[in-house]
Design a protein. Structure first.
Length: 297
């Protein structure tokens, strides 16, 4: 389960290069690729928990279906997002696991420039709600299966270059699994399949999207785990505009970078990572720095 952050950023990019068909509306997505890292599949014991995500994303390059830089004059995307998340594990058993529910409320500060135009926006993004079941298979192995719903709560205007929301509903089944060893190997993967509804203001329906976040690291026995993390993204089906499929390449991207986790042993955790995108098609290409804090309430 996660929240819409980086993927709120890019709206109406097709207007900057009319001859190019961008994958998904404006080259973005509801899901913030790479948001999860260590402990992606580990849900805490019954109780109420607070989390805070923070990210800074930047991109100066827009690429086509062959991976070539389109050299859009003045193209830049900058976004800073802080997203509180509330997780409740009520202690209810479902399918031999623990029921878990959550909500995430992103606060977005973004600026987009392209083709001599600049627009910026601050405010509430698209809120995520979700529910799932978590299992603790052993002291080291944990997993969770869930469904997240992305709601169109962020402000949107089809005539703006920058929008805090994407103006359509989306939902995503997901599965995450984690191997956690405080003094040894750590590995995580979170898989999701995003299904998008149509934007009622533009008649545009973005195609289905498959993605996974991953991390690999080593626990040093003093609360510190360090390694690498990132994401894999592929658009699965074509976009559709008012009933007709959009001709053009589908989006894709891969990212990797250093990642770390610190477990205080007192109930709170802090995670950080930086990731650089590569292998990008029909989207912006950039990098992001992430922070994630977890604490019991």
């Amino acid at each position: 389960m996660t929240y819409p952050v980086r993927t709120l950023l890019i709206a109406a990019l097709a207007c900057t290069a009319a001859a190019t068909a961008f994958a998904t509306e404006g080259g973005g997505s509801m899901y913030p690729n790479g948001v999860d890292t260590f402990m992606a599949g580990a849900v805490p014991p019954p109780g109420l928990y607070g989390l805070v995500y923070a990210t800074n994303y930047s991109a100066d390059k827009l690429v086509d279906n062959s991976g070539n830089d389109l050299n859009v004059p003045g193209f830049k995307v900058r976004a800073t997002v802080v997203a509180p998340r509330l997780v409740w594990v009520p202690g209810t058993k479902v399918l031999s696991g623990d029921l878990v529910v959550h909500t995430i409320v992103p606060l977005v500060d973004l600026k987009v420039s392209a083709g001599g135009a600049t627009d910026s926006r601050r405010g509430l993004g698209d809120v995520t709600v979700g529910a799932g079941v978590a299992w603790h298979h052993s002291p080291n192995l944990h997993s969770v299966a869930a469904i997240d719903v992305f709601t169109p709560t962020g402000s949107y205007d089809k005539n703006r270059l920058a929008n805090a929301g994407r103006n359509y509903l989306a939902w995503e089944p997901l599965y995450a699994i984690s191997w956690i060893d405080p003094q040894g190997p750590n590995a995580d993967i979170k898989l999701g399949y995003m299904m998008n509804r149509r934007n009622s203001d533009t008649g545009y329906k973005s195609g289905d999207e498959f993605h996974f976040d991953y991390s690999l690291g080593w626990g040093f026995g003093n609360g510190l785990t360090a390694g690498v993390g990132g994401f894999f993204y592929r658009q699965v089906s074509a976009d559709n505009l008012t009933g007709s499929d959009v001709v053009g390449g589908k989006g894709r991207a891969f990212a990797v970078g250093p990642a770390m986790k610190y477990d205080s042993g007192k109930g709170w955790l802090l995670m950080a990572k930086w990731q650089k995108e590569s292998g990008v098609r029909n989207r912006a290409e950039g990098s992001a720095f992430w922070l994630k804090a977890v604490f019991p309430l």
